[in-house]
Design a protein around this ligand. Structure first.
Ligand code: SF4
Ligand code: SF4
Length: 371
């Protein structure tokens, strides 16, 4: 069992961002309850939700918190300044989260998704000081922040905020040396500041569970009995300073798969690291839009363009080349409007994108390909 901020916690965290849904789109809390039980039975304890994950905190209350002794697990939530009208509204998010979760404390509380675009707001609202106050009051036990910016900003934030006990970073084997996401440099910055790392998006929004053919072939040729997704999760979990790897599990099968290699975690050996290096090389040879479907860009789009869905179709088209199938998918997604060609170029979306994608350029290419 690894230690994280002085707590005994296994290396896998249950991300509650993409929970299973019923046909009416409500969260299937019965299935979440079974998933939570299996997770706990495997000796794992870390559950990750956030104020802005719709219905997730309430589902955590129903499926986990009201069914298990409070001290038998750790719950995480996040304060999101972008989702607040003003300072007071931001500071009230903890009260809303506690109410939704049905608990009187949160184990790990994070400032959510800091980047060059929003970190000033967190300062202006005095939210770092506020986190210390919440900890002193016993409403939260540990302070952290999740991060989508440059290593330079991370370096400054970790220097200026010793109260941050840990940092949550986006790391996966594809983004490791990506010149935009810079996973490796962010990780090394956290190591330099001696802060443990929680990893989000280890399978890159699900794409590394079903990677393009040349990458899949490299992984399959190893003959490993473990799943394709396991390579991505084990890669990040093998980094010394990574204490928790979050997996946003959406069904029981994904939970069982994760538990099969993470309940009793073994780091990648030298030969397995070489396989990852080959997979990274194969990925670099493929054209892709690095969208993780986080949807930070969509809420403010005046033309209601479903940006991540259009990017998913374009990526699929570039990887698999089945253009007629892509055209059908595109027509279906845009049948009620929100075509790529309707973009007015206001650039709202680009300011929100943690992956720094040139969204409007890509929408132009998508309009050309499918309209
Ligand atoms: S630039 Fe286009 S896609 Fe982005 S928010 Fe504006 S209209 Fe929407
Ligand atoms: S384009 Fe950027 S902000 Fe929008 S869903 Fe993709 S990664 Fe997220």
């Amino acid at each position: 069992m690894s230690t994280f901020c002085g707590e005994e916690i296994g290396k896998l965290g249950f991300g509650l961002m993409r929970l299973p849904r019923n046909e009416d789109k409500t969260i299937n809390t019965d299935e979440v309850a079974v998933m939570a039980d299996r997770f706990l039975a495997a000796g794992l304890k870390y559950f990750d939700t956030a104020y802005v994950y719709e219905g997730s905190e309430e589902a955590a209350k129903t499926a986990l918190i009201s069914r298990h002794p409070r001290e038998s697990f750790f719950i995480t939530s996040k304060l999101n300044a972008n989702a607040a009208k003003d300072e007071e509204d931001a500071k009230n998010q903890i009260n809303v989260s506690l109410e939704r979760l049905g608990t009187d404390y949160i184990d790990f509380y994070l400032l959510h998704a800091l980047s060059e675009n929003n970190e000033k707001k967190y300062e202006e609202y005095g939210l770092w000081e506020y986190m210390k106050q919440l900890k002193a009051e016993g409403k939260i036990r540990h302070i952290g922040f999740s991060f989508h910016g440059t290593p330079e900003l991370l370096d400054r934030l970790l220097e200026e905020h010793p109260e941050a006990e840990f940092v949550q970073l986006q790391i996966n084997y594809v983004d490791w040396d990506d010149p935009i996401v810079q996973s490796r440099r962010c990780y090394e910055t956290a190591v330099k500041h001696n802060r443990p790392v929680v990893v989000m998006e280890p399978i890159k929004g699900g794409t590394l569970a079903d990677p393009p053919k040349p990458v899949k072939e490299i992984l399959e040729q190893t003959g490993s009995p473990l799943s394709i997704a396991s390579w991505a999760v084990r890669f990040v979990a093998s980094l010394d300073n990574v204490k928790i790897v979050l997996s946003g599990m959406s069904n029981l099968a994904q939970m069982d798969d994760n538990l099969s290699y993470m309940a009793d975690f073994k780091p990648l050996d030298e030969a397995e690291q070489e396989v990852i290096a080959k997979a990274q090389e194969a990925f670099r040879a493929l054209p892709q839009i690095p969208c993780t479907a986080c949807r930070y860009c969509t809420g403010g789009c005046p033309m209601q363009i479903n940006i991540p869905e259009l990017f998913r179709i374009m990526n699929r088209d570039m990887l698999f080349g089945n253009h007629e199938d892509s055209k059908r998918r595109y027509a279906n997604v845009t049948k009620d409007g929100g075509t790529a060609g309707s973009c007015i170029g206001c650039l709202q979306c680009e300011g929100e994108c943690p992956q720094h994608i040139q969204i409007t350029d890509w929408l132009g290419k998508i309009a050309e390909a499918f309209e």
